[in-house]
Design a protein around this ligand. Sequence first.
Ligand SMILES: Cc1ncc(COP(=O)(O)O)c(C=O)c1O
Length: 424
Amino acid sequence: MIKLKTSIPGPRSARILEGLKRKNGGWGVPHPLVFSGKGRGAYCQDIDGNVFLDFASQITSNPLGYNHPEMLGVVKKYGKKFPVKYAGQDFSVKEHLEMIESLLDISPGKDFNAAFLVNSGAEAVENAIKICMRSRRKTKFGISMQGAFHGRTVGALSLHHSNPIHRKGYMLLPNFGLPFDDTAGEKLENIIKSKGVDKVGFVILECFQGEGGYNIASKKMVKDLRKITSKHEIPLICDEVQSGVGRTGKWWAFEYFDVKPEIFTSAKALQVGAVVSSKKMFPNEVGAISSTWGGGHVLDLALGMKTLEVIKKDKLLASNRKNGEYCLKSLQNIDGITSQRGLGLMLAFDLPSARVRDNVVIECAKNGLLVLSCGEKSIRVIPPYVIEKKEIDEGLEIIEKAVKVCAEKGFRHKGKVCDFMECA
Ligand SMILES: Cc1ncc(COP(=O)(O)O)c(C=O)c1O
């Protein structure tokens, strides 16, 4: 149960947040709490002793919730050995192979027979586009979708067509954007015809867009893109950094569309970054791609593998689908929400304006519920996979009240929270 002992943020959290506001070069208005490491399942505790319900799952990076006993078991096992941070591409540990094999095991089809481990989602995307460029030497540009988000490194950033602030002032790689709708195929054909097929390095797609607004692709769009890229032998990359590892109720969101890309990326819930493809897609020259900490810390690899094991053992794909359906239905009954959508436990709803949306995010936090915004005026509902029905109800009740309060004319937040988060 949510339990708030102080107003939000509590005094201890506020002190740390004030320091971060002054000293963190990438200050980005974090949620008004500082995590203590305590918590259980979908509940987490801050350093002021407040217990929050988490509908944000560390931006989908925390599928099993807080202090999952099996994850604690992994930490205990590895803690005893005090592992160093292995330079994984040059110095191997068995977990590198085990993680690659675990990933291939949940990748559909025999063509996915090799993976490359990295540290983050952006790095996974970066390497996915690099291997395409390497195999298509005449590449002049990449193709991505309107609303796309693929990470903050310059290559990945070049593929963005979502929030303009992400790209502003940066020197980028050449890229064309396709509409995220049923006209995408036709537009792709036009680009191929006018620019020449050899110049197209790849098409990259989130079948379920994340930061861009939790937009689910149409079947026609995905099938058209697959058909055209196959016809012209252009590699198709599916970015599964946010949607992958079971969140949607299938291991990978592209599986809902009955297509297979040549390459897909994973990170977040996997605890490490990964590019999955066929061995023949990867460059065969040694050193063409690499990374000091490929695969992150050995503990990250072990936690990632345990995550996959628990998802299988506890049948969490099926429970994500079931809980997702329940949550989607419940969202339909909340007044003030203008639309809702989702697959499994990857859900979002819209509010009448960005102003109301931003205020609802703050209002929820003040009442002990963590949610994240996305797109123009949407809020994500992405609880850990271990969430229970009554916990979904508890969170939705707070959302319902927050939507009502924030829709009132002239609504403004008050208190310490305003030192960190501005009323929209
Ligand atoms: C679809 C997608 N790709 C790539 C990234 C980048 O991942 P990271 O922040 O780990 O670099 C994100 C992050 O939100 C994402 O949602």
